[in-house]
Design a protein around this ligand. Structure first.
Ligand code: VTB
Length: 328
């Protein structure tokens, strides 16, 4: 009989790509129980606890590099925390157990539970500051858009590369006063603007499938941790992303320096944020454009998860029916 030729590390990584689905599913269900209750912190804590419990069951020797914050501000899943059943595969982990706490608290569309995992030492250690982002989907020439180019130029170049008019391009942005000029410039260039109140991990992912989502480009300033998570997703499904940390105070530059960021003005590409193969998963908490939220039925809980693997480029959409509800 022919022997198995898949290397041990790859085999483990394949197994993990399905195991991490359990991690985001459990976090999503716990958070979803608190949907619409106006309790951001409680929902976040429930998701964090569930995610940590599940991570500790995995055959990994994991380090949280993007988490709930520094040790003194986050009791669990803090940056630097070790998770996993030890003695396993050494991995870096980026988590956002409840991306869109406000969306969950208000029961609005788009809250997700999300995680990315990669070989140790390959994920950017980003401080919890803002990050300026630009992202587009796959199939375009490299650098067709540029973080430092005027928005009008980016829209024109993207439209040209897509073979459409600027009027056929839709840009997604967080609805924030800080984006007023950017929104005006994008509209002036002829493009349409789709605003979200929160949740730019999903926002960036939308660009990967413009035919389905209607979103061609993601622009603007959001969280740096969310930036690394979305870079992991784009590394799996394809696309381009450029980002820069907003290090506008000495204190922020110092924090970034301590985390290994040498050049505070560096323009990060996907490969700088996720330097090797990675896994990414997200489960819907509330219904969204990308994922359905958790459904609580009679004796059944339903979840929907997307899980991606960069080695193969596989994207799996997993709809699960959970029946042993005592675990949830
Ligand atoms: C950003 C964005 C996130 O919160 O961090 C945003 O990346 C916070 O922005 O996806 P403000 O400080 O302007 O509110 C999210 O939308 C959700 O955590």
């Amino acid at each position: 009989m022919a022997s198995i030729t898949v290397p041990h590390s790859l085999m483990l990584e394949r197994i993990l790509s399905l195991e991490i689905v359990r991690v985001t599913e459990r976090a999503a269900v716990k958070a979803a129980r608190l949907r619409g209750r106006g309790e951001e912190k409680a929902a976040d804590q429930a998701a964090v606890d569930a995610m940590r419990r599940e991570l500790n069951n995995l055959p990994i020797d994991g380090t949280v590099v993007i988490g709930e914050g520094e040790l003194d501000e986050a009791p669990m899943l803090f940056i630097g925390e070790k998770v996993g059943a030890k003695g396993g595969f050494k991995v870096d982990i980026a988590v956002d157990p409840l991306e869109g706490t406000t969306l969950c608290a208000k029961n609005m569309p788009g809250a997700i539970a999300t995680i990315a995992m990669a070989e140790d030492g390959t994920l950017l250690h980003a401080p919890d500051v803002y990050m300026d982002k630009i992202a587009i989907g796959p199939g375009y020439p490299k650098d067709v858009v540029d973080l430092d180019a005027p928005p009008g130029e980016n829209i024109a170049n993207l439209a040209k590369a897509k073979g459409v008019k600027p009027q056929d391009i839709t840009a997604m942005l967080l609805d924030r006063p800080r984006h007023a000029d950017l929104i005006a410039a994008v509209r002036k260039a002829g493009a349409s603007v789709s605003l979200i109140s929160d949740g730019d991990v999903a926002g960036v992912i939308h660009t990967a499938e413009p035919d389905k989502t209607g979103i061609d480009i993601y622009l603007g300033i959001g969280g740096a941790p969310e930036g690394v998570l979305s870079a992991a997703a784009l590394r799996c499904i394809g696309g381009q992303m450029q980002c820069r940390l907003v290090l506008d105070t000495e204190e922020r530059r110092e924090r970034a320096g301590k985390m290994g960021i040498k050049d505070p003005r560096k323009k990060f590409q996907i490969e700088d944020m996720v330097r090797g193969d990675c896994l990414f998963a997200a489960t819907g908490v509330t219904d969204g454009r990308m994922l359905d939220g958790v459904k609580f039925g009679d004796g059944i809980i339903e979840t929907q998860t997307v899980v991606m693997r960069s080695v193969s480029g596989t994207v799996r959409w997993i709809r699960a029916e959970h029946r042993r509800l005592e675990k949830f």
